[in-house]
Design a protein around this ligand. Structure first.
Ligand code: GUN
Length: 296
C-alpha cells in the first residue's frame, strides 16, 4: 500500500476561504476582528511562526499587530502589556508565542490573558472547559488535527488513536478532544511518552497515530501496522547540505518508509502546520463574534 498524502495546505485553503467570507461579512457591518501576537526573544522557529500568523491575518482581512520584545523583557512588563491588550477593544485575540525566556513564568502569563481573548486556548479556564466538553477556544494544533482527520475522510469515531507525546500544547489536548462524546471525536485514545515501556507494541495497535514528540524520524515503519493513518506534528530542522539554506524541515515520522505501509499520512511541511494557523484565525473570528454579540 502507498499512502494517500493528506494535503494540509489544501484543507487549510478551503477553511480559510470560509473564514475570509465571514470576515468580509463582519467588516461590512463595521466589525473588524483583531489579533495581537507577542513574541519575547529571538527563537528562530518562533520568529517564523509569528511571521506566518501575521501573513494569514493579512490574507483574511483580520487586523493584526505583532509586538516583538527583547529577551531581556521583565515578567512584570510583559504582564502589564497583556493587561493593556486585555482592555483594548481593537484586539479580540491575544497570543503570546511560546516558549518564553526562562526568567518569565509561562503559568503567570497564560493566567493573565483575558479568557475571552485567549485564542490559543491555553488559559486554565479554557483548558478546564475543554476537558468537560463545554464550548471554549480549542487549542489550535489539536483542533487543526481533528479538522484534518475529519476533512480527509478519516473520522476518528470508534478508532484507536495513539498519541506520541504529552505536551500541554499538543499531546494532552489532542487526546482530550478526541475522546469527547462528540462529532469528529468518539475515539479510544492511548497517550505514550518518553517513559512508556515497549512503545512500539502500543504504536502498532494504532488505527490513527499522532506523532508529537519532537524527535526527527522517530517513528519507523516497524512501529506501525498496515493501513494506519499517520498525523505528523513534528517540526525538526536538520542539516542538509544539498539545500540552498543548508537545512531542511522534517517530521517525527520516517515519512518515506512509513508511507509504504500507511493508508494516509501528513507530510512535513504542508501537513499540520498550515492547519494550526488556520484554526488560530478561526478562533480570532469567533472571539470577535463573541465580543460584538454577532449572530450568524
Ligand atoms: N509555540 C508552539 N506552538 C504554539 C502555539 O500553538 N501557540 C503559542 N502561543 N505558542 C506556540
Amino acid at each position: 500500500m502507498v499512502a494517500e498524502i493528506i494535503n494540509g495546505n489544501e484543507v487549510a485553503k478551503s477553511i480559510r476561504a470560509e473564514i475570509k467570507a465571514e470576515v468580509a461579512k463582519m467588516k461590512s457591518k463595521g466589525i473588524e476582528p483583531g489579533l495581537v501576537v507577542i513574541i519575547v526573544g529571538e527563537d528562530p522557529a518562533s520568529q517564523v511562526y509569528v511571521r506566518k500568523k501575521g501573513e494569514a491575518c493579512n490574507e483574511l482581512g483580520i487586523c493584526s499587530e505583532t509586538n516583538r520584545l527583547p529577551a531581556s523583557t521583565t515578567e512584570e512588563d510583559l504582564l502589564k502589556l497583556i493587561d493593556k491588550y486585555n482592555k483594548d477593544p481593537k484586539f479580540d485575540g491575544i497570543l503570546v508565542q511560546l516558549p518564553l525566556p526562562k526568567h518569565i513564568s509561562e503559568e503567570k502569563v497564560l493566567l493573565k490573558i483575558d479568557p475571552s481573548k485567549d485564542v490559543d486556548g491555553f488559559h486554565p479556564i479554557n483548558v478546564g472547559k475543554m476537558v468537560v466538553g463545554s464550548e471554549c477556544y480549542l487549542p489550535c494544533t489539536p483542533h487543526g488535527i481533528q479538522e484534518l482527520l475529519v476533512r480527509s475522510g478519516n473520522d476518528p469515531k470508534g478508532k484507536h488513536v495513539v498519541v506520541l507525546g504529552r505536551s500541554n500544547i499538543v499531546g494532552k489536548p489532542v487526546a482530550c478532544i478526541l475522546i469527547q462524546k462528540a462529532p469528529g471525536a468518539d475515539a479510544t485514545v492511548t497517550i505514550c511518552h518518553s517513559r512508556t515501556t515497549n512503545l512500539p507494541a502500543i504504536t502498532r495497535q494504532a488505527d490513527i497515530l499522532i506523532a508529537a514528540i519532537g524527535q526527527p524520524n522517530f517513528v519507523k515503519a516497524d512501529m506501525v501496522k498496515d493501513g494506519v493513518v499517520v498525523i505528523d506534528v513534528g517540526v525538526n530542522r536538520i542539516n542538509d547540505p544539498t539545500t540552498k539554506s543548508g537545512t531542511r524541515l522534517i517530521g517525527d515520522v520516517d515519512f518515506e518508509a512509513v508511507k509504504l505501509k500507511a493508508k494516509a499520512i501528513t507530510p512535513v511541511p504542508g501537513g499540520v502546520g498550515p492547519m494550526t494557523i488556520t484554526m488560530l484565525m478561526k478562533n480570532t473570528v469567533h472571539a470577535a463574534k463573541v465580543h460584538h454579540k454577532w449572530k450568524d
